[in-house]
Design a protein around this ligand. Structure first.
Ligand SMILES: [Zn+2]
Length: 391
């Protein structure tokens, strides 16, 4: 992976926070590291004699983040929170807000406590495609261990307080100086250093390791397919509009990748194995609609039925989201993404493009395997993710 740091550009940034802005934007410039609001970064600094963690505020994209996109939170309060036995995510969010020294700043990332307990000045976190391709796999634990021998490796845990608490407990006896980074299975990677450039360099170097592993073990040849099926796009759009009870923008993808993906055998099982990184679920749902013939309404009814039983299986006291799909894989045709507006449809399409490539590669590595149905449900219905959608 190309390192985008330049001496020329970086010379404009001098303070801790400015350097944090610069390397965060560098991470954001590569969509194989983070997509649409994904990932987060922080820097520990001193303000009026007090230790402060500046952490990415929710609602900001790394690619365009500025100083005001970082929430300044008292470091001691965050570390004290990591030591609690129990804390609901809602209480975590309000506790983090109360510990901010600027009430006008955005809400701190849900991963703020995790950033606080890593004892380095700069902390970088991405959902690198290459890392999650290796991790979301039947052989994920084994291969991650092989590629990252000096990393703290964390089995999948739901983001939020429980993840911070898990890492706090697992790192109590850790020799941080000899730890190259942290891998969160099925989720992403952390690197850190006391120097902004070094922390960024470590991320690029770490992701390059994963890319090399994939090149050597899972190179995918995208076949040149031509669409062999047709689709009544207007009919599909009209049905989805009725199902979702709002206007729908659709994006048809017939790129070589989308066509290759939609031309696989057994697509019903191949393309319905879950998300690449947990937060994608609020955009794409766990699985797409699969259309193998012209009976669009029939396929959607079946999709809704399956969604409702998934909801019933894990629901405690939640209200079900609209059960219709957010995207579709159409056999021998390509994919279609549905959004309330152009921006949302584009976000879903971007996520799908990254997911499709990762699934194809992961299958060569031993079989794509995402988080469990239960973990998917907990993420999809996590109060903090639901709150993001309402914004
Ligand atoms: Zn993350």
């Amino acid at each position: 992976m190309k390192n985008l740091w330049t001496q020329d550009e970086s010379s404009k940034y001098t303070t801790d926070l400015e350097l944090r802005v610069y390397t965060s934007q560098l991470l954001g410039r590569n969509d194989e590291l983070v997509l649409h609001g994904g990932g987060n970064t922080s820097v520990k600094s001193v303000v009026d004699g007090e230790d402060i963690l500046y952490v990415k505020g929710s609602g900001w994209d790394l690619v365009s983040i500025e100083k005001e996109g970082f929430a300044p939170v008292k470091l001691d309060t965050l570390i004290a929170m990591a030591k609690l036995d129990n804390l609901s995510d809602t209480d975590m969010v309000s506790g983090q807000k109360e510990a901010m020294i600027d009430s006008k700043a955005p809400n701190p990332s849900v991963e703020a406590i995790l950033h606080a307990i890593i004892p380095f000045k700069f902390v970088d976190h991405t959902h690198s495609d290459a890392v999650v391709t290796i991790s979301n796999n039947e052989n994920g634990l084994e291969n991650i261990q092989k590629v990252y021998p000096n990393y703290l490796i964390i089995p999948y845990v739901m983001p939020g307080f429980i993840l911070a608490q898990t890492i706090y407990n697992m790192s109590k006896d850790l020799d941080w100086e000899n730890c190259d980074g942290i891998i969160l299975h099925n989720h992403g990677i952390f690197t850190f250093d006391n120097n902004a450039k070094k922390s960024y360099d470590k991320m690029i170097a770490a992701v390059t390791l994963a890319e090399t592993f994939i090149e050597e073990n899972a190179s995918v040849i995208i076949e040149k397919y031509v669409p062999r099926a047709t689709l009544d796009i207007e009919q599909l759009q009209s049905i989805i509009k009725t199902e979702k009870q709002c206007d729908i923008v659709i994006k048809v993808n017939q790129s070589p990748l989308a066509l290759h993906y939609a031309s696989q055998r057994n697509i019903q099982t191949t393309v319905c194995r879950g998300v690449l990184t947990p937060e994608h679920i609020i955009r794409t749902k766990r699985v797409p609609l699969v259309l193998e013939n012209n009976n669009i309404q029939g396929a959607i009814d079946k999709y809704k039925e399956d969604y409702e039983s998934y909801f019933e299986e894990f629901n405690n006291d939640k209200i079900m989201l609209n059960p219709s799909p957010n995207w579709a894989v159409i056999k021998n045709f390509g994919t279609v993404s549905f959004g309330k507006n152009d921006k949302e449809a584009k976000i879903i399409e971007d996520i799908n493009n990254h997911t499709m490539m990762a699934v194809l590669r992961a299958d060569i590595l031993g079989g794509f395997k995402s988080i469990s149905l239960k973990d998917s449900f907990e993420m999809e219905y996590w109060e903090l993710e639901q709150a993001k959608l309402k914004k």
